[in-house]
Design a protein around this ligand. Structure first.
Ligand SMILES: O=C([O-])CC(=O)C(=O)O
Ligand SMILES: [Mg+2]
Length: 230
């Protein structure tokens, strides 16, 4: 079998580990406390969607939000990785969206339930092309932006992160073994807002990459026994 190519990491079916509330301005806009430890959640590999395919708006939400984030692609796996070695485990980056059904997340938060329905649905993780590590020499100074229908909504810099990339890799790997092809979403800056069907989402990392996605309503699920469906 041919060796797998990390530049198509989304096809590998590995973990997507997301960090929440890693920018104080975003934690504040949602009235969350500034975390003293990373807030983590997961998305399944079925969350990946690539340019050319739509972001499907789940039928059960009426408040789907965009969150633009820097993704870190793991190149060398490990457990209990030291912060000083963490960057040796990085193969590269990807620009990512953490699509979030905010109404469902609010409901889950109020009931003390996990965020799975709000964060882990199909197409909840749009990703750009793979960005080799060399293209971002300093990941702590990356400028991210996102526009909805040409209107700038989010603009931030990874220098605002509460927990750095080496810290996050070390922290996560203490209890989740990192594997080649895993993706870490590092959190969103402020400016999240609602999107609707037919909206165009354009996002970029300044001087590195841009990507464009369209929102589309999830088609109603066929009901067995109706309309000729058996
Ligand atoms: O706002 C949230 O839902 C938490 C999160 O994912 C982030 O801060 O990026
Ligand atoms: Mg997020």
């Amino acid at each position: 079998m041919a060796a797998r190519n990390i530049s198509r990491f989304w096809e590998w079916g590995r973990k997507i580990i997301c960090v929440g509330r890693n920018y104080a301005d975003h934690a504040k806009e949602l009235k969350n406390a500034i975390p003293t430890e990373p807030v983590l959640f997961l998305k399944p590999p079925s969350a990946y969607v690539r340019e050319g395919s739509p972001i499907l708006v789940p039928l059960y939400t009426s408040n789907l939000h965009h969150e633009v984030e820097l993704g870190v692609v793991i190149g060398k796996g490990g457990t209990s990785i030291q912060q000083s070695d963490a960057m040796d485990h990085v193969a590269g980056y990807a620009l990512c969206l953490d699509m979030t059904a905010r109404d469902i997340q609010d409901e889950c938060k109020s009931k003390g339930l996990p965020w799975t329905m709000a964060k882990a649905f199909n197409t909840s993780c749009p990703v750009s092309e793979f960005i080799p590590k060399e293209s971002i020499p300093d990941p702590s100074k990356v400028k991210l932006w996102l526009k909805v229908n040409d209107q700038l909504k989010q603009s931030g810099c990874t220098s605002q992160m509460i927990f750095s990339i080496p810290y996050l890799i070390s922290y996560i790997s203490d209890f989740i073994t990192l594997e080649e092809g895993d993706l870490i979403l590092t959190g969103t800056p402020k400016g999240v807002s609602a999107v609707q069907e037919h909206d165009e989402l354009q996002a970029g990392i300044e001087n590195v990459v841009t990507m464009t996605f369209q929102d589309q309503s999830e088609p109603p699920q066929p009901v067995p026994g109706q309309s000729g469906v058996t």
